[in-house]
Design a protein around this ligand. Structure first.
Ligand code: FES
Ligand SMILES: [Fe+2]
Length: 419
């Protein structure tokens, strides 16, 4: 449980809010690379309560601006995308990829160039990695280094998809931190094996031990956490997750299996973008896994769960399926189960009304770390290792069976023995 003011601190993300300012220190996932075609339609992007436009100009460069035209604020998502910038359809003002206003055809020719040069427009640094366009929305003249995640290096056949959910970002992120729901909410979708091809270890071992022990080790960037299940044969099944603040969660796979990274990015106080990055560190993503990941989902990779319904139709929950043995009645895809329970809490859950149990320990710890980071940030320090040179490419989640006497913290998930 949090006080109402703590809840406000953690959930409000607009400009000038404590969380909003802290989140602006980080590179933010903004759009799928593939959604921005050279010379194609610019995209509206809403992040942290502000509206932007992202585009790839005819010459292939990326631009990222405030959405409103600097003249009279019509949307630049409507603009003509020319070889080297956007031209507003209203009066034809042109802004080049660097954000300079370079033409104002409605001004007299003799003063046009000087006038254009005097018009300011906000543009933001952009990068591309892992099939994602990243933007820096912070105030610093020099942005931090873009995290060099492993998934940035395996883009060729990775599955990169996004779902837009009507719920504050922290609801989504906390859903990812909450291992206790895995064997309950997802008991018909993941645990019963529908989300993985064939027989799977998670399903087998979850049945052999339904109450794992959780251990957590803080890291400069977040924490490593293990769900440890003692098995009847004397070994231990360890599911080791990595959490990178402010909003990354690395979901384990077995030796040789693809891995999932879930990123929950605030669109504004009430909406969040859930990024799913599914890739294999060992080569192409096997077709059976890809099919299972996409199974039952909508076709739009920028909002693949748009057809999940809403409170008005109780998200199409299928009571007949429940009577037939399906746990949640949300039968489309395991991620829909997450989105729907998040939305069902209301756009910003009132955490002063919760009644937490021991299984919520990780969530309690994460909230405390976020609140501490907000304090540090207000005092002028950079949070979560941003001021250090950390090797993010070594962060990998792993599910593995180990001898009972082995300490899971000694396992290197990048060692090919462990995978
Ligand atoms: S509003 Fe864009 S050119 Fe006038
Ligand atoms: Fe879940």
């Amino acid at each position: 449980m949090l006080s109402t003011s703590e809840n406000e601190l953690l959930t409000r993300v607009g400009p000038g809010t404590a969380m909003g300012e802290m989140l602006r220190e980080f590179w933010t996932p903004a759009a799928r690379s593939a959604a921005l075609e050279a010379g194609g339609a610019p995209r509206r992007v809403r992040l942290l309560g502000e509206n932007f436009v992202a585009f790839r100009s005819g010459d292939g460069r990326l631009g990222f601006f405030d959405e409103g035209c600097p003249h009279r604020c019509s949307s630049l998502a409507l603009a003509r995308n020319e070889a080297d910038g956007l031209r507003c359809i209203f009066h034809g003002w042109k802004i080049d990829v660097e954000g300079r206003v370079v033409d104002c055809p409605t001004e007299p020719p003799e003063r046009r160039a000087a006038f254009a040069a005097s018009v300011p427009h906000r543009r933001y640094p952009v990068r591309e990695a892992g099939g994602i366009v990243w933007v820096y929305l912070g105030k610093r003249a020099t942005p931090p280094k873009l995290f060099d995640f492993e998934f940035h290096h395996k883009p060729a056949d990775a599955v990169v998809r996004c779902a837009v959910v009507h719920g504050n970002w922290l609801q989504g992120f906390e859903g990812q931190l909450d291992s206790a729901h895995l064997g309950v909410l997802h008991s018909s979708s993941i645990v019963a094996g529908q989300a993985r091809p064939g027989d799977n270890a998670l399903s087998r071992y979850s049945q052999q031990n339904t109450s794992p022990r959780f251990e957590l080790m803080e890291t400069p960037y977040g924490f490593r956490e293990a769900a440890l299940r003692a098995l009847p044969d004397g070994t231990v099944y360890a599911r080791i997750r990595e959490v990178v603040f402010p909003y990354y969660s690395f979901i384990p796979g077995e030796h040789g299996e693809p891995r999932l990274v879930v990123v929950v990015v605030p669109i504004d106080d009430e909406w969040s973008a859930h990024w799913y990055y599914f890739m294999s560190p060992f080569g192409p993503v096997p077709e059976a896994y890809r099919r299972q990941m996409m199974w039952g989902t909508g076709a739009d990779d920028d909002d693949y769960a748009a057809d999940r319904g809403s409170a008005a139709n109780v998200w199409h929950q299928d009571r007949a399926a429940m009577n037939g043995g399906h746990w949640s009645g949300i039968t489309r895809n395991f991620t829909y189960e997450d989105f729907i329970v998040e939305e069902s809490m209301g756009p910003i859950v009132d955490r002063s009304r919760e009644y937490l149990g021991s299984s919520d320990a990780v969530i309690v710890r994460a909230r405390r770390l976020l609140l501490d980071a907000l304090k540090e940030h207000a005092e002028g320090r950079l949070p979560f290792g941003l001021d250090r040179d950390l090797d993010y490419s070594r962060i990998r989640a792993l599910a593995i069976r180990i001898p009972a006497e082995r300490n899971w913290l000694t396992i290197d998930p990048l060692d090919p023995e462990n995978g």
